[in-house]
Design a protein around this ligand. Structure first.
Ligand SMILES: [Zn+2]
Length: 160
């Protein structure tokens, strides 16, 4: 069950005080994070020279974290799995949809692509009808890992 906005606020204040300022998430140290502090102010990073792409985690299925096993499974069938990545949290709810087989988006055949589309709509509909969820964002980047993983971020609604 997703937390309400009030529950999350109370948890943050209990953890970091009335200032309510959370520590910078680890993504602030990622190479692709576009901002940096310059002379005490936030500024866009300088545009880097073009360079070859770095290999993604699990390229060609070698050492793929997803293929090694899924954790936080909340639903699955023979081809797909939905997980709740507890280590990432999500405010108030974050879910991943992944094929069980090592596939990227463009590897899906027509049957898998059709099922992927239906599952996306179902997940969006289910999450959007949970308490404290106003909207659902669907994200597919694939920059970090080759194994297809689509993010479903439930966003808050605050009671009037
Ligand atoms: Zn994989």
């Amino acid at each position: 069950m997703p937390e309400s906005a009030e529950e999350i606020h109370a948890r943050v204040v209990a953890a970091v005080g009335e200032d309510g300022r959370l520590p910078m998430p680890s993504m602030g140290e990622w190479d692709v994070f576009p901002w940096e502090v310059v002379d005490g102010a936030i500024a866009p990073k300088r545009l880097a020279r073009p360079a070859p792409e770095k290999p993604r985690q699990g390229e060609g299925g070698e050492g793929c974290h997803a293929c090694a096993g899924f954790s936080g499974v909340i639903w699955e069938n023979e081809r797909w799995v939905v997980t709740h990545p507890r280590e990432r949290g999500g405010l108030p709810l974050l879910l991943f949809l992944q094929p069980k087989e090592h596939l990227d988006l463009t590897d899906l055949d027509d049957a898998m692509a059709a099922e992927y589309g239906r599952l996306q709509v179902w997940l969006h509909r289910i999450m959007g009808n949970l308490p404290h969820i106003a909207r659902v964002h669907v994200d597919k980047w694939g920059d970090g890992a080759e194994h297809l993983h689509t993010w479903y971020d439930g966003l808050h609604v605050v009671a009037a």
